[in-house]
Design a protein around this ligand. Sequence first.
Ligand code: ATP
Ligand code: MG
Length: 283
Amino acid sequence: MLIAGCLIIFTAVFAAYGYYLNKRYQKKIDENVKIVQDVELQLVQMEKMASVGVLAAGIAHEVNNPLGFLISNLESLKDYARALAKIVPADNPKNKTILEDLNAISAESLEGALRIKKIVSDLRTFSKQSESAVNLVDINQILESTLSIVWNEIKFKIAVVKDYQAKTQVFADSTQLSQVFLNLLINASQAIPEKGTVTLSTSEDNDTVYIKVSDTGPGIAPEVLPKIFDPFFSTKKTGSGLGLSVSYNIIKSHKGQIKAESTLGKGTTFTISLPKKQDLEEK
Ligand SMILES: Nc1ncnc2c1ncn2[C@@H]1O[C@H](COP(=O)(O)OP(=O)(O)OP(=O)(O)O)[C@@H](O)[C@H]1O
Ligand SMILES: [Mg+2]
């Protein structure tokens, strides 16, 4: 009887221990599978970046020179149109229409050319053609100065909440980081249709500084989320789809990571992690 009882208890303990081990190893396997999947995703992303980068560098180089004189000529044209409007008597309706059209056309053309200039400059950063200047920088300060650049445009619809906890400075190119923060802030503001909140927070642990940009916008659909860092992917009418891929490249060259999490109807959070100690890529 006693032996039977002991046997039952022993079997039960053994089964429970087996179950516990099984669960533990399953958890470990799941974690490892997740790591492999993450690395695979990063590799695919890097391959895409590399091939588009070569193309982008070529386009940016070819377009940059003619664009320079196009912008310069359009600026002169705009000034001449304004000067002409002062000289030519606008009493006859035909003259008036021509002068008004000339003003509008030259201003719109210049605006278009300046947009192309921004895209070319994004392409150059994307393909690492621009110079990089790495210094010890204060992330909170860069966030603040970037915010002040867009503040006038966003202040009427966005409430900004700040929670700056990071104290350690990191080696980084402040202009490039500012470009990343600008892209994230503009995206957040464009995503919020009427009024909403953008939360900027920084924190750190032993090895890493974290920067989070969260918005209360409509969020990103799960099927769209994997594509947002792809070059030229955009859901906007006038978007070039380069903002996030440029940002991805900049953060990658700082040996950091940028990730997006999003819930439809609630909002989106971008998290950037930058290592405190790093040997930046030769650029
Ligand atoms: N905060 C956000 N909320 C919702 N969707 C977003 C957000 N940020 C990015 N997206 C989605 O990711 C896409 C890619 O963003 P990205 O900044 O690369 O390009 P874009 O904003 O469309 O164009 P641009 O080159 O002018 O930045 C956007 O078109 C949008 O669909
Ligand atoms: Mg954008």
